[in-house]
Design a protein around this ligand. Structure first.
Ligand SMILES: Cc1ncc(COP(=O)(O)O)c(C=O)c1O
Length: 388
């Protein structure tokens, strides 16, 4: 044990810790927003980067041969998905890749469907590329979220949807989709000629006992499917800007290649390649420890809420390190942001960011931090229960 070290990230140019004033209007908040971890990376990553820095030459470089292999081995070993090297493309991030794929496969005005509440850059990337946003909201039954398949297909048909952005596991509701849910979604898309971008960036952060199925491993969806994943959430490497685009179909791949050739952006930086390769090759034990910390933080939060804010509703966490909490029985939707920031001193992702007012009673809490920070969170959240 103790492969994972907590790190005070204040004054390290961290978006999460040092950009609070910009986003929340004040500095002195406990930051539990942005999805990165307050943990140092595995030692194997530091060692590989040190070695590279010591070489002292940073001219144009290729990824090491072991880079793709490390990813392919990881995908097969932990997700049962056999990736062929020629299907892999590089992108500096999953969000840029979503934008590029939208450009490569659709045209302005084309409808793109998402399933809110969902990671808010999905909406931003659709609208900033001037595609028409179509939303099929998840259904929340007794705090557990599911897809509304009838609504999803109806909207696809009615609005002539061209592309779907799947979030799997789903941020922020923490679902790891069941095999039959994924197959049903993919079948709907296949029979209606809808492309699917499967954003599987949280694929390794599995908290419960479910198996995370890569969409591409579930059948013949290659004509419609592009998979995106990365080591950046898994190993806390967001600053390395490195992600994988997997496109099995030659025709889709060539559309993607034509677009990335146009913007001259098909390769990444050496630091990212080196960090990611080292993490996939030797970081598994570190990850297991991180997962145990997140599980323990979630249980601690749940027990703390049960005793201190018993009417708050914490969504079951199957995947991701992001807890989705409904405070609607304590706070009105119009007061929640103000109370959470000013009274509780917390910086969290507010529910409305993920799909509008319908989710304004929710907050999203990042659990990839120390137990002490979760204790502070609980003490501060308890303040809202005092006069109820
Ligand atoms: C579902 C999802 N996709 C993508 C990203 C960000 O990916 P990247 O930093 O590679 O653009 C996040 C980060 O929180 C995320 O939750």
């Amino acid at each position: 044990m103790n492969l994972v070290k907590y790190r005070d990230r204040k004054n390290t140019n961290s978006v999460k810790w040092d950009n609070l004033k910009n986003i929340f209007g004040q500095k002195d908040l406990l930051p539990l927003w942005v999805a990165d971890m307050d943990f140092e990376v595995p030692d194997c990553v530091k060692e590989a980067l040190h070695k590279y820095v010591e070489e002292g030459v940073f001219g144009y470089s290729l990824p090491d041969r072991g880079y793709a292999k490390a990813f392919i081995d990881w995908e097969y070993k932990y997700h049962g998905y056999k990736v062929d090297k020629k299907w892999i493309r590089f992108a500096p991030g999953v969000v840029p890749a979503i934008s590029w794929i939208i450009n490569a496969l659709t045209k302005e005005g084309d409808p793109v469907i998402i399933t809110p509440p969902v990671y808010y850059p999905f909406k931003q990337v659709v609208t900033s590329n001037k595609r028409a946003l179509v939303e099929s909201h998840l259904v929340n039954k007794d705090g557990y979220y599911r897809i509304d398949f009838e609504d999803f297909e109806e909207k696809i048909l009615d609005q002539g949807v061209k592309l779907f952005i799947l979030c799997s596991p789903h941020n922020p509701v923490g679902r790891v989709w069941d095999r039959d849910e994924l197959v049903r979604l993919l079948d709907i898309c296949k029979r209606n000629g809808v492309y699917v971008i499967a954003d599987e960036i949280h694929q390794d952060i599995i908290i419960g006992d479910k198996f995370q199925y890569p969409a591409a491993s579930l059948g013949d969806y290659s004509k419609i499917l592009v998979t995106l994943t990365a080591a950046t959430k898994t190993f806390n490497l967001a600053a390395c800007q490195n992600s994988f685009v997997i496109i099995e179909d030659e025709d889709l791949r060539s559309k993607y290649d034509v677009f990335t050739e146009k913007i001259r952006s098909g390769s990444g930086n050496a630091f990212g390649y080196i960090a990611v390769q080292a993490a996939y090759e030797a970081g598994r034990d570190w990850l297991e420890e991180v997962l145990d910390i997140i599980r323990a933080n979630y249980s601690f939060l749940k027990e703390g809420l049960d005793s201190r804010l018993p009417k708050a509703r914490l969504t079951p966490l199957e995947g991701t390190y992001l807890a989705w909490l409904d405070l609607g029985t304590y706070l009105g939707s119009d007061e929640i942001e103000e109370v959470i920031k000013n009274r509780c001193g917390l910086a969290v992702d507010f529910g409305s960011w993920f799909g509008g007012q319908k989710y304004a009673s929710f907050i999203r809490i990042n659990l990839a931090t120390s137990r002490e920070n979760i204790e502070i969170l609980l003490d501060r959240l308890a303040l809202i229960g005092e006069d109820k």
